[in-house]
Design a binder for this molecule. Structure first.
Ligand code: F6P
Length: 360
């Protein structure tokens, strides 16, 4: 048995289904070796506050209900870069040393960060500066991290989008409508592509493929010519307008997020085809639900492997899904290149093979 250790764990960036399943798995694996696990509240913010905000995690905490719960029991945040931390007076300050001090004060031997590319870039910088023994677990509904086939949360998000299409189809058919579904995914079309195929879409628009209104309209006319009176269109949130810009909404504090391309595409389709068109924006529904069995499995496997990496003293590595199993890769490799949809990938070929229009 390895020497007793105290490991910290935090969730960072946007939440998704399966985070609690990772935490549960880490606690089980660590407890099996007699190690202590300390949950850090709200990402790195918990290490910034004094006293540091933590939550002891043991086998009692992570009972049978926890794996089923969406969200994260530790809380998370997708703002507050500690290297450029927004202060109340409007200035920005480098507070990275405070986080490193927080890690030391808690007497942590290692830190498991469950995050996406943005979080990993920050955590890695902190780790390099402060000698933090970091292990990463990939999570994001967008599935846009490199070096892993799957990130926790993606499968559940796809499932939610497919369920939405299953619900839209009967109402589309009843009213002879074109239904447009806008899904999340940031700058990658993975959710749209997977959900569109599994949900029987006629058109799937993703940011990686340029579309023309004529091609979309032609597909809808083709569907009509077969006698079918409805069509399903899936649009990824980062799809561009005809002028080439993404549509974003301003949030409080000046931040911007994708949102609104569904309405834009819906109008184009209505104008070009005369079809009665309705738009549904799925939004954060994709992030919150009990994780799918697949996400529970991936999360559980990742949690065990993350603890094993610590036992082996192998840091600055991210657990990853590859070829039916778990491997580990340098975190740097996962964030080096943004993993959007490859145009020669199996799913793009599948969509085309099924006669689904990608708008091009
Ligand atoms: O990265 C996950 C994600 O859900 C994206 O798909 C989406 O663009 C973004 O986060 C939404 O961010 P927020 O939760 O800040 O609105």
């Amino acid at each position: 048995m390895a020497a007793k250790k105290r490991i910290g764990i935090l969730t960072s960036g946007g939440d998704c289904a399966g985070l609690n399943a990772v935490i549960r798995s880490v606690v089980h694996r660590a407890a099996g070796q007699g190690w202590e696990v300390l949950g850090i509240r709200e990402g790195t913010q918990g290490l910034l506050d004094r006293p540091a905000r933590t939550q002891a995690l043991d086998l009692q905490t992570v009972d049978g209900a926890m794996m089923r719960q969406g969200g994260t029991i530790l809380g998370t945040t997708n703002r507050g870069d500690p290297f450029a931390y927004p202060m109340p007076d409007g200035s920005v300050k480098d507070r990275s040393d405070e986080i490193i001090a927080g890690y030391r004060e808690l007497g942590l031997d290692a830190l498991i960060g469950i995050g996406g590319d943005g979080s990993f870039a920050i955590l890695r910088k902190l780790a390099q500066k402060g000698g933090i023994n970091l292990v990463g677990v990939p999570k994001t509904i967008d599935n846009d991290l490199g070096a892993t086939e799957l990130s926790v949360g993606f499968d559940t998000a796809v499932g939610v989008a497919v369920e939405a299409l299953d619900r839209l189809q009967p109402t589309a058919a009843s009213h002879q409508r074109v239904m447009v579904l806008e899904v999340m995914g940031r700058d990658a079309g993975h959710i749209a592509l997977a959900a569109g195929i599994a949900g029987g879409a006629d058109v799937i628009l993703i940011p990686e493929v340029s579309y023309s209104v004529e091609r979309i309209a032609a597909k809808i006319q083709e569907v009509r010519s077969t006698g079918r009176n409805f069509a399903l269109v899936v649009v990824s949130e980062a799809v561009r307008t005809l002028e080439g810009s993404g549509i974003k909404k301003a949030l409080q504090g000046g931040e911007k997020r994708y949102g609104g391309i569904g309405d834009y595409i819906g109008e184009l389709i209505a104008d070009a085809t005369g079809a009665e068109t309705r738009v549904t924006v799925l939004g954060h529904v994709q992030r919150g639900s009990p994780p799918s069995p697949r996400d529970r499995l991936v999360a559980s496997a990742f949690g065990v492997h993350a603890v094993d990496l610590i036992a082996e003293g192998r840091f600055d590595r991210m657990v990853a899904w590859s070829n039916r199993g778990v491997i580990d890769v340098p975190i740097e490799e996962a964030i080096r290149k943004y993993a959007c949809v490859e145009l020669d990938s199996a799913l793009v070929r599948t969509a085309r093979g099924l006669g689904i229009s990608l708008g091009d």
